[in-house]
Ligand binder design. Structure first.
Ligand code: ZN
Ligand code: ZN
Length: 227
């Protein structure tokens, strides 16, 4: 079966602006999350006119709902699933997709830049460094850890005890810079009680040395030999 993607339709054929269907192959990639769209997964095609003609840009239906809900609403209004060769047998309701969009937006609004400190809200999480529980109401630090997907790396937030920060920073997969750490934490932590912040900094204690920086003119740097 042929794919609409990248294929120039005959001039007389008018393609609809939207298409909602189960992916007919697993060759398309979601333009929102950049991941592969599995065969059969619901996808939204948005017709675009490029320099080489018209074609569909595909998105996971859920990804489109999270990021460009207006287009999804339009596609539903036009019943874009009727444009599919084989209309999908099951579709989420527009209301369910809207809830998804609202949650995604809330998450984006609440998202803080890493690193930061926060108060442990539940007492249920464990320190991702030492594995010991964290106490409800205590201060915890959020650092970035590199997570690999094939050859891509994403930075995932991990929560650790302040006393575990220094050791975590020395790990190879830690994506948080030692350089300027405390300033970055202060800037990213929002309205955080200064006394609690100072206590957390004291718990963090001495930080490992960052990568040696190139010396400015007239300065010398000490590089400790590896022991
Ligand atoms: Zn996606
Ligand atoms: Zn710990």
């Amino acid at each position: 079966m042929s794919e609409a993607e990248g294929q120039q339709p005959p001039a007389e054929q008018q393609l609809p602006t939207y298409m909602i269907e189960g992916a007919r192959s697993s060759r398309s990639r979601c333009k929102t999350c950049r991941r592969k769209i599995d065969k059969g997964a619901l996808r939204l095609g948005i017709l675009i006119e490029g320099p080489y003609g018209v074609g569909y840009m595909w998105h996971h239906l859920n990804c489109a709902a999270r990021r460009q809900f207006d287009r999804v609403r339009e596609a539903y209004r036009e019943e874009a699933w009727l444009n599919a060769k084989e209309p999908p047998s099951k579709l989420p309701s527009l209301e369910a997709l809207e809830v998804m969009q609202q949650k995604a937006e809330e998450k984006r609004r609440n998202k803080k830049d890493i690193p930061y400190v926060e108060i442990d809200p539940s007492g249920r999480a464990k320190c991702k460094h030492c594995g010991e529980p964290m106490e409800k109401g205590s201060v915890r630090a959020v650092l970035g850890r590199g997570v690999y997907f094939g050859n891509q790396v994403r930075v995932a937030p991990i929560t650790v005890h302040p006393r575990c920060v220094a050791a975590e920073l020395e790990k190879d997969d830690c994506e948080t810079e030692v350089e300027g750490l405390i300033d970055a934490m202060r800037a990213n932590s929002g309205e955080f009680d200064p006394a609690l912040f100072a206590a957390a900094v004291a718990d963090i204690g001495e930080l490992p040395e960052g990568e040696p920086q190139p010396a400015a003119a007239g300065e010398t740097i000490d590089i400790k030999p590896d022991i």
